[in-house]
Write a protein that binds this ligand. Structure first.
Ligand SMILES: *Cc1c(COP(=O)(O)O)cnc(C)c1O
Length: 363
């Protein structure tokens, strides 16, 4: 007997998001090894598309590190933060906390600027922190997937530019959906993942360094060291054996994005999110963050009082309806559901399918 699944599952949780058939099919293209000329041409094209997606100049660099979003997180920190560096970490949720933890592991002297889980940070609090001490870097999560909040990255980046530190941005749940603009917003290092807004399976972390942070990059990590990664992607020397099917999938997903255009894709995410919120309101349900601070990609739905066993609802959605949604993390466990409408999953049809199933389960 085989353990491979045979039934579809509609992935509307915090990630992975649904993968289009053409992206899955791309993975079955004939195999190539990591230094084959066909593979190197493909990597050049992926790099070109990522430069466009992040908007980073040719003096900077965009590529994809092996591993998931957390690998991108670690690559960003590893190439910027050295032992003893002072780092200001904006922590408004689970993933902001993860960034702070990784900075600590790399020997940074971390100052946490904590904000309420479910709200955007007030840039004035960042200004005050930057005025009172000198930092090598600031870290912030653009789309905090644990709370469903879009953080004011542009405003925080402007403050970082004014006061000097580099700014590291987690765009794991924003890239490919919400606008992200490395050079336009003055960001230094921005990382994402393949399986949320981009619509590929997990396994790659696209990452961009602007010109200054590319030039300054050095790391005690061997696997995630930017100059060594460039040694493979640009100078074509062996560093690691990149995964052929995952490269194919990432390439195809990036082609889908370029065909749709980022402008239309962002508009689609905004529209589908709006439809979801409006229909939720008709059911008497609401989101955790206030209007104006909400992600399009990840909706945190307050669990209504009439639901006494929220896990039972999620299990029924999965087992009866074939739909996956996410549970709350940390202090929000039991208080919210997390509904992802991202990448290929951001469609009106998926909103209707989910809400009809949810109505059957909670009335
Ligand atoms: C999902 C996520 C991560 C971690 O990504 P993995 O692919 O699970 O390693 C990091 N940051 C944010 C904001 C995320 O949503």
């Amino acid at each position: 007997m085989s353990f491979l699944p045979t039934t579809p599952r509609l992935l509307l949780g915090p990630g992975p998001s649904p993968v289009l058939p053409r992206v899955l099919e791309a993975m079955t293209a004939p195999q190539r090894s990591h230094l084959d000329p066909d593979m190197l041409a493909l990597l050049d094209d992926i790099r070109r598309r990522l430069h466009g997606l992040f908007n980073v100049s040719a003096e900077g660099i965009a590529l994809a590190v092996p591993g998931t979003g957390s690998s991108g997180l670690e690559a960003a920190v590893a190439n910027v933060v050295q032992e003893g560096d002072a780092v200001l970490c904006v922590v408004t949720g689970y993933f902001g906390d993860r960034l702070a933890q990784v900075c600590q592991r790399y020997g940074a002297n971390v100052t946490r600027l904590a904000g309420e889980w479910g709200r955007a940070i007030d840039p004035e609090a960042v200004r005050t922190a930057l005025q009172h001490a000198s930092f090598k870097a600031v870290t912030i999560v653009h789309a905090e997937t644990s709370t469903g909040v879009l953080q004011p990255v542009q405003a925080v980046a402007a403050l970082a530019r004014e006061h000097g530190p580099r700014i590291i941005v987690d765009a794991v749940t924003s890239l490919g959906a919400h606008p992200v603009d490395v050079d336009g917003w003055g960001l230094d290092v921005v990382y994402s993942c393949s399986q949320k807004g981009l619509g590929a399976p997990s396994g790659f972390a696209p990452i961009a360094f602007n010109a200054a942070s590319r030039a300054a990059a050095r790391s005690r990590s061997f696997y995630l060291d930017l100059p060594l990664l460039e040694g493979y992607w640009i100078k074509r020397g062996y560093h690691h054996t990149i995964s052929t099917p995952l490269v194919y999938a990432l390439y195809e997903a990036l082609c889908v994005i370029d065909e749709e255009t980022m402008e239309a894709r962002s508009a689609r995410h905004a529209r589908v999110h709006g439809e979801f919120v409006a229909e939720l309101a008709e059911m008497g349900l609401s989101l955790l963050p206030p209007e104006g601070e909400r992600l399009w990609t990840l909706n945190t739905v307050r669990i209504p009082e009439r639901v006494t066993d929220e896990a039972k609802v999620r299990i029924a959605l999965r087992d009866t309806h074939g739909i996956e949604i996410g549970a709350g993390l940390g202090p929000l466990a039991g208080k919210i559901w997390r509904v992802g409408l991202m990448g290929a999953g951001a469609t009106s049809e998926n909103v209707a399918t989910l809400l009809s199933a949810l109505k059957q389960e909670i009335g």
